[in-house]
Design a protein around this ligand. Structure first.
Ligand SMILES: [Cu+2]
Length: 127
């Protein structure tokens, strides 16, 4: 009887371990990774070097559509790109997928946002 309980405990620990791996974040990677969940970037801003790219990594199922611009007061979309910003033409990042933005070849501060999710925005500081 004790052996059966022991086996059951080991089996349930294994199941826990496997499920923990399954719900872990997207393992994709690339230069300057920025993870995204259901409706937000997991960073408010990122500092990169001139000439660098950013890798957007979608940890969840919802699709994100990324463009130049930001969300203003009351979550009003504010499309627009700064001088020297790489053109981001509605880059679609599918569920559990990833995408690359850049290179950012000009020093400065650049805004990108997700056109789908109000408030989902990222500031890119290029030094
Ligand atoms: Cu989004």
């Amino acid at each position: 009887m004790k052996k059966i309980f022991g086996a059951l405990i080991i089996l349930s620990l294994l199941a826990l371990l496997i499920s923990a791996c399954a719900v872990g974040s997207n393992q994709a990677t690339g230069p300057n990774p920025v993870h995204m969940d259901d409706s937000s970037f997991k960073l408010l801003s990122i500092d990169i070097k001139k000439g660098d790219k950013i890798t957007l990594i979608n940890d969840n199922a919802p699709v994100h559509i990324i463009a130049n611009g930001t969300w203003g007061d009351n979550n009003t979309p504010k499309p627009g790109s700064e001088t020297g910003a790489p053109k981001i033409n509605n880059l679609q990042v599918d569920g559990f997928g990833s995408g690359s933005i850049g290179p950012f070849n000009t020093a400065g501060t650049f805004q990108i946002y997700c056109t789908v999710h109000p408030g989902m925005k990222l500031t890119v500081n290029v030094k």
